[in-house]
Design a protein around this ligand. Structure first.
Ligand code: FES
Length: 109
């Protein structure tokens, strides 16, 4: 699997989530309380709004447009029948965060 450098650890000094564009897709990189990271699609499955623009409480993001809720750690939508947000592999290399080109569910398809 190929990876691309997406951020630096210092980008998360005062933030726990940031959104990035990766090949036209919005990806959220999230810093956990234990300082580990994960990466997940951050566009709402309803109409594509950026979930970082809404309320984020712990791992639960509420879309600011029509209040669909997602668990960002699992990718599951919590209040609608919706496909999961896609998760990406993320690796820490020195001070840099690298993300997989493809979401995890597309690695072997
Ligand atoms: S665009 Fe997110 S709930 Fe409608």
């Amino acid at each position: 699997m190929d990876y691309i450098r997406i951020a630096k650890i210092n980008d998360f000094k005062n933030k726990h989530i940031k959104s990035f564009s990766l090949f036209g897709k919005k990806i959220g990189v999230v810093k956990r309380k234990d300082n580990s990271f994960y990466a997940i699609e951050i566009s709402c499955k309803h109409q594509g709004a950026d979930l970082t623009a809404g309320k984020i409480d712990g791992t639960v993001a509420t879309c600011h447009r029509h209040q669909w809720k997602y668990d960002l750690e699992t990718g599951k939508c919590l209040n609608h029948d919706s496909p999961d947000l896609k998760k990406y592999d993320i690796q820490l290399r020195g001070e840099d965060l690298w993300i997989s080109f493809l979401p995890l569910d597309e690695w072997f398809t």
